[in-house]
Each structure stands twice: as structure tokens, then as C-alpha cells.
Design a protein around this ligand. Structure first.
Ligand code: NAD
Length: 337
């Protein structure tokens, strides 16, 4: 309603194609009259000693304060003495779960028409704990860390998500037959949480079998939850099922209810500044942000306008085989609102 109090959200336009696709989100949100005021923050040009990275302290404070934000792709500058931008965000905001909705886009033909699943990836530990060393020459060791705390936290989020979104089933993906202690603990935590949600079906699927099933029939899955490395791989596999990185949204969930939505793709330096980028992934990420804020009417309207535009096929960007510029495609979406 016009009386709705505006919500302030942080916006990181990011690098490369980031500013172009962020502009597209701003336009579509204006056209759909979404009650959001953006607080924009760019990546700084020098290292902020308080964050040890090119991200400013103020930009992180903005996300902490607003608890909701949208992030374009960021390219970490090369050089020593600073932390990667994405790693800084993950650590500073404690972004513990990466959520990727993955559904077939009607009208954009891929091998499958009926993909409708969500991958939820533990994002803070596992194989990506960054603990690697050389034992002796020719022998290296990497530590996979699984904790009860982080496993319960991500499992809790997966079941909460399933319930809140009317989903029926959560599948825990693992390799506990080999990784008995680590994946074993992960599964144990998932089982504990599953008991609190008797209305949601719970199953455990071994990662290799999961890959085969996903490729043969993705409709077999609903919500999938898994440790870090498996999540990294499976979520990209699922992006491939629906047409690739230009179409796939994601949202990071952090401590204290923070939600930072972001496209899955990078800054695409090869097409940056050419008005060629496909804004769909960032737009659909912005839609997940609206759903997090329970602005479902606005989310539905924008999502439908995007899907209609792609299905019509008149305006499509080059990555989807079309000839439209970012701005023409964006205008077509606005016209469909
Ligand atoms: P990339 O995703 O930027 O590009 C891969 C290919 O996909 C390129 O050909 C690109 O043109 C195309 N592409 C990507 N997004 C597109 C879009 N929206 N529309 C049309 N085409 C699109 O991957 P990369 O080249 O490996 O990485 C480039 C930079 O981005 C690197 O500096 C990397 O570190 C960074 N990166 C950032 C994130 C992030 O911020 N989350 C994620 C991945 C990569």
C-alpha cells in the first residue's frame, strides 16, 4: 500500500557488469513501486584497516544495521595485504548458509522443464576452512572441519526454510560411508533437527548417487542441505540444469537474521561496460530478498514479468541467444509489470 513504511536495504553494485545490472534492479523496483530505499556502497579504492580489505567498515555496518541487502559481483584486486572481498563479507557478517532456488524458466528451453529445487550450502567450514599445510616434501594435508554448532545452524535453517515455503522434503547430501566422523556428525545434526519438524520428510542421499539422480531426473528433489564443498559443486550443477549462471539467483543468510542476496556469477570483465549483461540473475536474487522480507506480492509481480519477457523471446540478451541490450531487456520487463 502507498502508506507502507519504506524499508532500507544495502546495495553493493559491485564491479564489472555489477553497476549495469544493479541499475536494472533499481529501475525494475521503481517500476514495481517496491517500498525499498537503497543505501549504496561501492568497494573502496584503498584498504580499510578496520576490515583489512577494500570493503569499507561503513558498508559492513550498513548491512548489519539494515539486515538485508543485495550484492553485485565483486572482483578482488590482486596484491598482498588484504582479504578477498567475498571472504570478508562471509566472515564479517557470518554468512553461514548459501541458498539457491533453482527452477525451470518457462519459455527458456533446457533439457528439463520441471526443475524446482533449493540447495542450501553450509558456508563457513568443511573443506574450505583454509587449513592446509605440507607435512613433509611431497605430502600435503588439508583439514576438513565439521562442527556441531555450524551443522545444527544450517540444518535448522534448511528445515525452517522448507516449512516457511511449503516444501515437503529435506534431503541431506553426504558421504558418511567414507567420511564417517565429519559427514557422520553433519548427518547426526540433520537428524536431530528433522525430529523437530515431523511434517517435513527427511532423507539422506550419498553425494555420488545424488549427482546421478539430479542429472537423470531433477524433479526427484525438493530442498537439499549439505556441507560446504558438496554445496559448491551441487549448486553449480543445479544452475546448469536450468540454463546457467546468468539466470541463477542466490541469497546468503547470516547470524542475527541477515540476508544478503547475490547473483551467482562473477563480474564478467569480458562484457563489462558494453550494455550486454543479462540482469536476470541479480533481478531474481533481488526477488529472493523481497521474499525474505515477506513482500510476496511484489516478488511475484517482478518474477512473472521477468519470466514473461524471457518466454516471449522478443527481448533476450546475448547469453540466451538474443540480441537485446541490458537496457532494452530491462525496459521490456518494466513494460510487463
Ligand atoms: P564470470 O561469471 O564473471 O564470467 C564467466 C562467463 O560468463 C563470462 O564469459 C561472462 O561474460 C559470462 N557471464 C557471467 N555473468 C553474466 C551475465 N550476467 N550476463 C551475461 N554473461 C555473463 O566468471 P569469471 O570470469 O571467472 O570471473 C570474473 C571475476 O569475477 C573474477 O575477478 C572473480 O573473482 C569474480 N567473481 C566474483 C563472484 C562474486 O562476487 N560472487 C563470483 C564469481 C567470480
Amino acid at each position: 500500500s502507498p502508506a507502507a513504511t519504506p524499508i532500507t536495504a544495502t546495495l553493493f553494485p559491485g564491479d564489472g557488469i555489477g553497476p549495469e545490472i544493479a541499475e536494472s534492479v533499481k529501475q525494475v523496483f521503481r517500476a514495481a513501486e517496491v517500498p525499498i530505499v537503497w543505501e549504496e556502497h561501492y568497494v573502496g579504492t584503498e584498504i580499510d584497516p578496520r576490515t583489512e580489505s577494500f570493503l569499507t567498515w561503513e558498508s559492513l555496518e550498513s548491512v548489519r544495521r539494515n539486515k538485508v541487502g543485495l550484492k553485485g559481483p565483486m572482483a578482488t584486486p590482486i596484491g598482498k595485504g588484504h582479504r578477498s572481498l567475498n571472504l570478508t563479507l562471509r566472515k564479517e557478517l557470518n554468512l553461514y548458509a548459501n541458498v539457491r532456488p533453482c527452477y525451470s524458466l518457462p519459455g527458456y528451453k533446457t533439457r528439463y522443464d520441471d526443475v524446482n529445487l533449493i540447495t542450501i550450502r553450509e558456508n563457513t567450514e568443511g573443506e574450505y576452512s583454509g587449513l592446509e599445510h605440507q607435512v613433509v616434501r611431497g605430502v600435503v594435508e588439508s583439514l576438513k572441519i565439521i562442527t556441531r554448532q555450524a551443522s545444527l545452524r544450517v540444518a535448522e535453517y534448511a528445515f525452517h526454510y522448507a516449512k516457511a515455503h511449503g516444501r515437503e522434503r529435506v534431503s541431506a547430501i553426504h558421504k558418511a560411508n567414507i567420511m564417517q566422523k565429519t559427514d557422520g556428525l553433519f548427518l547426526k545434526c540433520c537428524r536431530e533437527v528433522a525430529e523437530k519438524y515431523p511434517e517435513i520428510k527427511y532423507e539422506e542421499v550419498v553425494i555420488d548417487n545424488c549427482c546421478m539422480m539430479l542429472v537423470k531426473n531433477p524433479a526427484l528433489f525438493d530442498v537439499l542441505v549439505m556441507p560446504n564443498l558438496y554445496g559448491d559443486i551441487i549448486s553449480d550443477l543445479c544452475a546448469g540444469l536450468i540454463g546457467g549462471l546468468g539466470l541463477t539467483p542466490s541469497c546468503n543468510i547470516g547470524e542475527g537474521g541477515i540476508a544478503l542476496a547475490e547473483a551467482v556469477h562473477g563480474s564478467a570483465p569480458d562484457i563489462a561496460g558494453k550494455n550486454m549483461a543479462n540482469p536476470t540473475a541479480l533481478l531474481l536474487s533481488a526477488v529472493t530478498m523481497l521474499r525474505h522480507l515477506e513482500l510476496h506480492d511484489k516478488a511475484d509481480r517482478i518474477q512473472n514479468a521477468i519470466l514473461k519477457t524471457i518466454a516471449e523471446g522478443k527481448y533476450r540478451t546475448a547469453d540466451l541467444g538474443g540480441k537485446s541490450s541490458t537496457t532494452d531487456f530491462t525496459k521490456a520487463i518494466c513494460d510487463h509489470l
